[in-house]
Every structure is written in C-alpha cells, then in structure tokens.
Design a protein around this ligand. Structure first.
Ligand code: PGA
Length: 246
C-alpha cells in the first residue's frame, strides 16, 4: 500500500487577511508529491478556500461542533466549514482537549460530524510529558485512538495525527525511534479494529515541532505519512521546506 503523503498546516489563532500572501506563495510553488492542507482560523477559511480553488492546496478547519446547527454561541459546525469550502477538519487537538475540556467522546462526536458533512477528520492523539515519563505513552495514545475514532472510519475519511503534547510549540521532538514506536502501534491498533485494508490506507501524521531541519528524517519513517505543522506552517518558506521533504 502506498499512501500519498499529507502535509497539513495548523495556523491556530494566527493570521489576518494579509496572510493570504502565504497561501499564494504555497500555490505558486507548484504541485508537490504530497497533499497539502492549510487550516487557517475560521475567519479565513472561506476566503482561503476561494483563493485556493483549483490549486493543489486544500483548506481545512481547526475544530467543529458536533451539531449541524443550533444555539451554540461562538461555535462552527462541520456543515458550515464544508459550505465555506473546507475539505477537512482537525478534531481533538491537545489545545482543544486542554483549553476546552474536550474528552474522547466529544472528539468522537466531532469526527462523526465531520463525516456527516463530507469532511475528512484529522483526529489528534498524544501524551503529556508526565505520561511519557511514567511509561504510559502507548496506553494513553491507544485509549485516545479507541475513544476518539468512530466506527465508520475509512482510509478516505480518517487521518490520525500523533502529537506529543510536550513537543508542541517547544522545539523538542521525540527521537525517531519513539515516533516510530507510536506510529507502529497506532497502525496495529487500527488494523485490529478496522481490518488491514482500512489500517493500511489511513494516513498517520506526526506533529510537534516539525520544521524544515527535522522533517526529512521524521517523514521517512515507514508509518509516518506526513506532518501536522503548527509554527512552521505560518511562513510559506518554512512550510515549503517541510512539504519538499514529504
Ligand atoms: P508546532 O504545533 O508545529 O508549532 O509544534 C503542531 C500542532 O500543534 O499541530
């Protein structure tokens, strides 16, 4: 099974309209040997999707509500993201889990919502530093995967991102053998639940301080099919360096 690499940028709460110049630079750089997804803040999703229309750059959201519509002030539904031109949405990012108290069942409901709206769900899992130090990484990540991924997973609708919480925005990354261990375990766990065909097709991204300088060795790992990139996705020049390594 050859999985096409996916490099996804997560802008988090960064980016005003002037940042469309970065999107333009990604588009102008031409079609790489990887899928490219940019997840800007909600305010930019529609304009970026319009700008990127017909190019190789897809646009995604960073979160969605589980419901399609209703009295949820400040929230955005998966249907709204789809209507704005998004094709994917990140769910269960550790910043959402920590800042908004999202647990696995919340994340699972959001992934269901993404599929209901026709979006790819990028489900994030990852251990804290204390959990790693306690030797609980595989147990924590395995439980998050089991609890956060709904039953209707397929190679087309699901991407899983392994993002150690302690590696996000810190400049620290696990050594490649530690990344490989988790990604191998994630693939095995998907295979036992969904069967080999689904598991072989689902793309597993690594995220947490990915940058041009470390992307090649991380993305070369057998079960790492791309990256989820925060800080280094804000500038097209850095992001392109990572995309080139995929
Ligand atoms: P980072 O963030 O690349 O800035 O570490 C990654 C993420 O949180 O998705």
């Amino acid at each position: 099974m050859t999985r096409r690499p996916l490099v996804a940028g997560n802008w988090k709460m960064n980016g005003h309209r002037a940042a469309s110049a970065e999107l333009d630079a990604l588009i102008a750089a031409g079609r790489p040997d990887a899928d490219v997804l940019l997840c800007p803040p909600f305010t930019l999703v529609a304009s970026f999707a319009e700008r990127a229309s017909g190019s190789h750059v897809a646009i995604g959201g960073q979160d969605c509500h589980a419901a399609a519509s209703g009295a949820h002030t400040g929230d955005i539904s998966a249907e709204m993201l789809a209507d704005a031109g998004a094709s994917a949405v990140i769910v269960g990012h550790s910043e959402r889990r920590a800042d908004h108290g999202e647990d696995d069942s919340t994340v699972r409901a959001k992934a269901e919502a993404a599929w209901r709206a026709g979006l790819t769900a990028i489900v994030c899992v990852g251990e804290t530093e204390a959990e790693r130090d306690a030797g609980r990484t595989l147990a924590v990540v395995g439980a998050q995967l089991a609890g956060s991924v709904p039953d209707a997973a397929s190679a087309a609708n699901l991407v899983v991102a392994y993002e150690p919480v302690w590696a996000i925005g810190t400049g620290r990354t696990p050594v490649t053998s530690e990344i490989a261990e988790v990604h191998d375990a994630l693939r095995a766990s998907l295979a036992s639940r969904f069967g080999a065909d689904v598991a072989d097709g689902v793309r597993l991204l690594y995220g947490g301080s990915v940058k041009p300088a470390n992307a090649a060795e991380i993305l070369a790992l057998e079960n790492v099919d791309g990256g989820l990139v925060g800080g280094a996705s804000l500038k097209a020049s850095d992001f392109l360096g990572i995309i080139a390594a995929a």
